[in-house]
Design a protein around this ligand. Structure first.
Ligand SMILES: [Zn+2]
Length: 316
């Protein structure tokens, strides 16, 4: 049994802010700071083990050398299936879409990307883009990208803290400014951008769009919003199921004082703390945590969390 903190890889995309540093204790000089990849084996930015027996080991090396720590559910995947991030959108992200597994494997040589967002925090009246507000044809989609009128047919959704969005591969989407998100997604970094608000990148040139591929993969029907379950509270621990699909199983835990938890033999547990602080105890080992920390717990491990906190628990 193993339990350890992961330190993230950071990304300085142009729309990022500074809240991951000021509010979530991320230690980097990177400005702006757009994303922290909190549980990642992806070659574009992997997490590094922090402390304990495997201190400073890349998480991808740990995963490949310890298959039993991933749990039996992981065996059905050829590659490690998920990637978990914190995202601080100081400005709007581009309007984008991700391919499904079949297309991505064929064209990009990696997994497609179904993802899930949990709104950690947001400004009043913040909104995001989730699919279209009516079904459109491929010709209309192409034309509206061409003449910069795409925003007239997208579905804009106002968000509140704690809201959850499940974004199946093929769904057009964009995180709006003033939103801080925890994202659980497939292990992929393939994004097809269709509209970027006319912005330029760090090199002064417009950021690339990927219109042909986006036309191939975008679902042109409206995407219904899924509701997640009500919280169930037992002994001071409130658990809310957020999303479950073939790639990940995500819930929110609100812990009042303590919680006894068990990662069974089927899956590891990933804990992403989004509020509070405390201590995790496991087999005599103690790990302190606070808001912003990411902790990995190997399969078949009993552990106890003490402290008032909110945590996103991901299994596969
Ligand atoms: Zn996305």
């Amino acid at each position: 049994m193993s339990i350890f903190k992961l330190s993230p890889a950071f990304k300085d995309y142009i729309w990022g802010g500074s809240r991951l540093k000021t509010d979530f204790f991320k230690n980097t000089d990177m400005t702006p700071l757009a994303e922290s990849w909190e549980l990642s084996v992806h070659s574009d930015g992997e997490s590094i083990i922090c402390g304990g027996e495997f201190d400073k080991m890349g998480f991808s090396q740990y995963v490949s050398e310890h298959p039993q720590a991933m749990g039996t559910n992981c065996q059905r995947f050829e590659n490690f299936p998920i990637l978990i991030k914190l995202i601080d959108a100081y400005d709007n992200l581009s309007v984008q879409v991700h391919p499904d597994n079949e297309y991505a494997m064929r064209v990009e040589g990696e997994y497609g990307k179904t993802e899930m967002w949990y709104i950690v925090d947001c400004e009043e009246n913040a909104e995001l883009i989730y699919g279209f507000d009516r079904e459109i044809s491929k010709e209309e989609f192409a034309q509206r990208i061409e003449n910069n009128t795409l925003l007239e047919v997208v579905n804009k959704v106002k968000v509140n803290k704690g809201d959850v969005f499940f974004i199946e591969a093929g769904t057009l989407h964009a995180i709006g400014k003033g939103i801080l998100i925890a994202e659980i997604q497939q292990n992929s970094n393939t994004t097809y951008r269709v509209y970027d608000y006319g912005r330029v990148g760090a090199d002064g040139k417009p950021r690339a769009l990927h219109i042909e591929k986006a036309l191939d993969v975008t679902n042109l029907k409206t995407a219904p919003l899924k509701n997640c379950g009500e919280a169930v509270c037992v002994n001071g621990v409130c658990t809310r199921m957020l999303a479950r699909c073939e790639y990940f199983d995500v819930s929110e835990l609100k812990i009042e004082t303590e919680a006894e938890l068990f990662a069974d033999e089927s899956t590891f547990n990933s804990l992403l703390f989004i509020d509070g602080q405390g201590i995790i105890e496991c087999d005599g080992q103690k790990i302190e945590f606070r808001k912003g920390d990411s902790v990995f717990v190997s399969a078949d491990t009993r552990y106890k969390i003490s402290g008032k906190c909110i945590c996103i628990l991901t299994k596969i």
